[in-house]
Ligand binder design. Structure first.
Ligand code: FDA
Length: 307
């Protein structure tokens, strides 16, 4: 827990960021979790995953922007990506995930809404959808408000709920409505006890309660977890509810439990892989390291092998 907290604090520290980004090792470690830096890399990995029977949600890496130019550039990157996916006939199995902090949420909510709307328009033109990622708890209300606005014109826009937040059970009840696409994850940020469960078992129990609400509701639940126990429980709940395959999906991160991803797809499940690409991998990588001590070993081994 101490290590996790330290890594999550480091994920937002500019000094540590410079250090890690310039370490000779970084590229090797990053490659395990990130498709590459360019649109070509994103398209190549999407095409490979599609050939393996998997669907994709692409994330143009970046977050916490405080410059309008940067927010605009991120928006344009998504529009370019979506055009490419459409032109190549890959959009049916590939949507995009957008962090509002990357398109200007910290500067001005209406800027983030306009930029997210531009991404949704490009997604609609390519006949695919957008899911709005969830960031730290200070942004939850703003993010859900923007998702609500986007859904007026783009009803399939997905929202993300984090089981570690105490409020999430109630949010599940509010959002589990007809046509609503909800990704349920545990949550990846460092949050205070006042708003978030701190122990693994409390988070897992909350995840199961939220699963029940989403599976029993009329929406389209997206189970974003690698946790074998939770995957089993989700599977059991959808069967018990008599849900048809394709009326929900499993989601996992690129590079994490790839065999399980293929096993589920082989069993006829819809499995979506979250594929990040781009230069700004630092925050994403640090959250992945914080999730699993074995990844830190992997990171350190890579550092030592280069020194
Ligand atoms: P947990 O961390 O308990 O892991 C269970 C098991 O999975 C581990 O024992 C290990 O086997 C494997 N595993 C998990 N993480 C691993 C890793 N990094 N490396 C190697 N093995 C690993 N969060 C958020 O706050 N906002 C968001 O918008 C999203 N979006 C999102 C999309 C998708 C598709 C996924 C899968 C996840 C997210 N997340 C997220 C991240 C999520 O909140 C959570 O931090 C991670 O999924 C890890 O939690 P698990 O449920 O996998 O369980």
């Amino acid at each position: 827990m101490v290590l996790r907290a330290a890594l999550l604090t480091a994920s937002r520290n500019a000094g540590v960021r410079r250090l890690v980004e310039t370490a000779p090792v970084s590229r090797d470690v990053v490659r395990r979790f990130v498709a590459g830096t360019s649109v070509d890399d994103a398209v190549r990995v999407t095409s490979d995953l599609a050939a393996a029977g998997l669907t994709v949600s692409l994330d143009h890496l970046g977050e916490d922007t405080t410059e309008i130019g940067h927010a605009d550039a991120t928006t344009k990157a998504y529009v370019t990506l979506l055009r490419r996916l459409g032109d190549l006939g890959l959009a049916a199995g590939a949507e995009v995930s957008v962090k509002l902090s990357a398109v200007g949420q910290a500067l001005d909510e209406s800027l983030a809404l306009d930029n997210a709307r531009a991404v949704c328009e490009a997604a609609a033109a390519a006949s695919t959808t957008v899911t709005i990622d969830m960031e730290d708890h200070t942004t939850t209300d703003s993010t859900l408000g923007i998702v609500r606005d986007l859904r007026r014109d783009f009803p399939s826009t997905g929202a993300v709920l984090q089981a570690y937040l105490r409020r999430t059970e109630a949010d599940c009840r509010d959002l589990a409505v007809e046509g609503s696409r909800i990704r349920l994850c545990k949550g990846a940020y460092k949050e205070p006890e006042s708003v978030a469960y701190q122990s693994r078992s409390d988070v897992d129990r909350s995840y199961v309660r939220c699963l029940r609400t989403l599976v029993d509701g009329p929406g389209y639940p997206m189970f974003a977890t690698h946790d074998p126990r939770l995957v089993k429980i989700a599977d059991m709940l959808v069967r018990r509810a008599g849900r048809a395959k394709g009326s929900y999906e499993f989601q996992m991160l690129y590079g994490i439990r790839p065999h399980e991803q293929l096993r589920l797809a082989g069993a006829g499940e819809t499995v979506r892989i979250y594929v990040p690409y781009g230069d700004e991998w630092y925050g994403y990588l640090m959250r992945r390291l914080a999730e699993r001590p074995a990844n830190i070993g992997f990171f350190l081994r890579a550092v030592l092998s280069k020194t």
